[in-house]
Design a protein around this ligand. Structure first.
Ligand SMILES: *[C@@H]1O[C@H](CO)[C@@H](O)[C@H](O)[C@H]1NC(C)=O
Ligand SMILES: *[C@@H]1O[C@H](CO)[C@@H](O)[C@H](O)[C@H]1NC(C)=O
Ligand SMILES: *[C@@H]1O[C@H](CO)[C@@H](O)[C@H](O)[C@H]1NC(C)=O
Ligand SMILES: *[C@@H]1O[C@H](CO)[C@@H](O)[C@H](O)[C@H]1NC(C)=O
Ligand SMILES: *[C@@H]1O[C@H](CO)[C@@H](O)[C@H](O)[C@H]1NC(C)=O
Length: 353
């Protein structure tokens, strides 16, 4: 059972969720000041000592069909062991084909990956033979990383979608890669990038802290299966701003003990909307707290913001709701409870902040 929010819904809401037995203590307005987000460095203050590593210098061909994985790994190794701030550059006219790759830390100094061109995945799932099917670009154990550049990361997911059991029930249900995973990363930024046609989820943050995300465009066909936009798990202090997600699935999904998540100026849909949970499935104990959604343009989605939980929701609060379509405010916040019943809260209109 689900609602369809057919029209554009403009949401300015503050949502605090504690899906647990604990009571809510944090003041939602105060937590943003607690977040010490990595600051953007202005060009004028960027030290001259920054080292620039062009992937072409490491042997990348950038033609879209030669395997550039080794060149990329070599560039990463050099950058990561550099004692000075380093920038890896994928120039605008390069299309680098990368097989599944681990980009791990810790690195000695601040590192920027500037994707001005394109990174594409192998289109054949067999390229994952013998490797973890859940990863493609896997960043882990990093601090002070910036990924930016205005370019595109393309998961080439079509063949994975065809083999999905959601597309064709005679296929076995097996996982597919998340295009970009950040695991155990902190004080990092992801900005000004297009992430398209992921094999499954587009971008996942797991066990991360203090991440600033802005200027992302995450796009896949509405019919692509399970292609969540931004997935957040066991993470704290994630700020998402000025971002468009249009993938046919969750625009942002927040699970497992995540907190201090702030989403603003997001364009979301088509898809499932912004999802919190599932929480507490199979008797586990999970908490999600301090989530704010401020100015979301949600359209053509199954829900606006939904909370899926098997636990008791001890508190949530919403304020300053505005909708392009007052009648459809019930689409904004949907709670799915233990019984699997959709419970929609009729929310009253407030004045915008
Ligand atoms: C609310 O959304 C539903 C589903 O898209 C639609 O059928 C209905 O006409 C909408 N209500 C208004 C008042 O636009
Ligand atoms: C990109 O442009 C540079 C400079 O114009 C040129 O030397 C290089 O061959 C181009 N590389 C690719 C992969 O097109
Ligand atoms: C579904 O998968 C089966 C087995 O792989 C295949 O024979 C069939 O043609 C597929 N159906 C569609 C509609 O693609
Ligand atoms: C929002 O992001 C886009 C790229 O997606 C960028 O061009 C634009 O400048 C950003 N706007 C703001 C206000 O940061
Ligand atoms: C969430 O945190 C609680 C308490 O720290 C812990 O017991 C539980 O295992 C955590 N759950 C997950 C999924 O990490």
């Amino acid at each position: 059972m689900s609602y369809s929010c057919g029209t554009t819904v403009v949401v300015t809401l503050l949502l605090l969720v504690v899906a647990s037995s604990l009571s809510l203590t944090a003041n939602a307005n105060s937590f943003e000041s607690l977040l010490q987000l990595p600051r953007r460095q202005s060009r004028s203050t960027r030290p001259r000592s920054e080292r620039l590593l062009h992937v072409g210098k490491f042997g990348a061909k950038g033609n879209g069909f030669t395997d550039d994985t080794k060149a990329f790994a070599d560039a990463w190794k050099t950058a990561c062991s550099s004692k000075v701030k380093t920038r890896i550059l994928v120039p605008e006219n390069y299309t680098c084909l990368l097989r599944p790759i681990d980009l791990s830390g810790p690195c000695k100094a601040r590192l920027t990956l500037q994707i001005s061109g394109t990174i594409i995945a192998p289109n054949d799932p067999d390229a994952w033979e013998g490797l973890s099917r859940r990863k493609w670009l896997y960043f882990h154990g990093l601090s002070r990383l910036t990924v930016e550049g205005g370019g595109t990361v393309n998961g080439m997911g079509q063949e994975w979608w065809t083999r999905s059991c959601k597309r064709n029930h005679s296929n076995p249900c097996r996982g597919a890669p998340t295009a970009i995973t950040f695991h155990k990363c902190k004080n990092m930024r992801v900005e000004n990038l297009n992430v398209i046609d992921s094999q499954q989820m587009h971008i996942a943050f797991t066990s991360c802290r203090r991440v600033a995300i802005s200027g992302l465009k995450v796009i896949a066909p509405a019919t692509s299966p399970n292609t969540d936009g931004i997935h957040i798990s066991v993470s704290r202090g994630i700020v998402i701003d000025n971002t468009t997600v249009s993938t046919g699935d969750d625009c942002v999904s927040i699970v497992k003990n995540s907190s201090q998540i702030s989403i603003s100026n997001i364009i979301c849909g088509p898809g499932h909307g912004i999802s919190i949970g599932s929480l507490g499935k199979s008797e586990s104990w999970e908490e999600v707290r301090d989530i704010t959604v401020d100015t979301a343009f949600i359209s053509d989605t199954a829900n606006g913001v939904r909370i899926k939980t098997w636990q008791v929701i001890s508190s949530y609060q919403s304020s300053s709701l505005r909708s392009a379509d007052e009648e459809n405010l019930t689409c904004l916040l949907t709670l799915l409870t233990r019984e699997g019943v959709v419970w929609s809260q009729k929310l009253s209109l407030g004045t915008s902040r």
